[in-house]
Ligand binder design. Structure first.
Ligand code: ADP
Ligand code: MG
Ligand code: MG
Length: 209
């Protein structure tokens, strides 16, 4: 798949599908340590994103990601909406009006997205949030791109690292968001936002195959 606007729009549709498939799983993860809405929030947001893309696909990859960002910000409440919205917005801005993405551009977009989440949520690695999936994903993507990997290889490396990073939240004490209210009792639970970050990256990797 070429990383043009249409290709990126297809990848975003794939992300919406994976969110829909894992809606209940994400709800259950959030029920254990939060308020049981993460899967519903994200599914509502990505359903609206698909509706927006059905109306019109913007002309550039950055434009597509901007549609994702503005839709998530307006449709998804809670912590994750603004955080993912910021991630997609920063990625969009970084890409500017490039017509097609290569591995280097994908890495820049991922890095910008992560920095957006960190700036907005102030979470560090080890706080048991989406940052614990996203941070190793970006590192793995950068490493793969530096070694000459193409877009598909870079996104696969990111998705694999995000899976491992998400799993690592099980052993952590949550220090940000609702789960932090549980203190030590948050240990033993997979963070829902870390899981959804891993799922989104998996969807992008699948689309790029
Ligand atoms: P809410 O907690 O408002 O109901 P969601 O359930 O949609 O929002 O999202 C919860 C997820 O958001 C958490 O699992 C965590 O990954 C992420 N999160 C919460 N606060 C922060 C933060 N300050 N920085 C990064 N991620 C955060
Ligand atoms: Mg929640
Ligand atoms: Mg909520």
């Amino acid at each position: 798949m070429a990383c043009t606007a249409d290709g990126v729009a297809e990848a975003v549709r794939g992300a919406a599908a994976i969110v829909a498939d894992h809606r209940v799983e994400l709800i259950d993860l959030d029920r254990a340590i939060g308020d049981a809405d993460h899967g519903e929030n994200l599914n509502r947001g990505f359903t609206a994103v698909v509706a927006a893309l059905d109306e019109a696909v913007p002309g550039t990859p950055g434009g597509v990601l901007k549609t994702v960002a503005t839709t998530l910000i307006s449709k998804v409440g809670g912590a994750a909406g603004p955080l993912y919205g910021t991630a997609f917005l920063r990625a969009s801005t970084t890409l500017g009006d490039r017509a097609e993405l290569d591995a280097e551009a994908v890495v820049l977009a991922l890095r910008a997205g992560l920095e957006g989440v960190r700036a907005r949520g102030k979470a560090e690695t080890g706080d048991a949030t989406m940052v614990d999936a996203f941070t190793p994903a970006v590192a793995a993507a950068e490493e793969k791109a530096a070694a000459g990997g193409d877009v598909a290889a870079v996104l696969l490396a990111a998705a694999d690292a995000a899976d491992v990073g998400a799993e690592s939240t099980v052993d952590m004490v949550a220090r940000k968001g609702r789960a932090s209210y549980l203190g030590e009792r948050s240990v033993g639970h997979l963070d829902p936002g870390a899981r959804s970050t891993a799922l989104l990256l998996r969807a992008f990797a699948e689309a790029a195959r």
